[in-house]
Write a protein that binds this ligand. Structure first.
Ligand SMILES: [Zn+2]
Length: 96
């Protein structure tokens, strides 16, 4: 067992070097975007992150290097700011 990382914690992002999109085969191009990053059950927002974005479906991809950087920053617990996020359980209402 050589330091194999628990992949289950990444709910949104798949980590890989940018190739074609694994969902739609679209072209993935790098852009600086805002990322919602879930780690150990908590939500973090990172801005200005170099991220692969599928030009067709918008799926986002991180390289292993950037994902590692993000997790390092999470462990440091130093933030530019903290925001409150509203949470609501969705129920359908009869009004149309
Ligand atoms: Zn795609």
């Amino acid at each position: 067992m050589v330091g194999r990382k628990n992949q289950e914690e990444r709910e949104v992002m798949k980590v890989h070097e940018y190739g074609d999109c694994s969902f739609c085969q679209g072209e993935v191009k790098e852009a600086r975007v805002e990322l919602d990053y879930r780690y150990k059950g908590r939500l973090y927002v990172f801005q200005n992150v170099p991220t692969g974005v599928c030009q067709q479906c918008g799926e986002k991809y991180l390289t292993a290097r950037i994902a590692k950087e993000i997790e390092k920053k999470i462990q440091k617990k130093k933030w530019a700011k903290t925001i409150a996020v509203p949470v609501e359980v969705f129920t359908e209402e009869a009004s149309v």
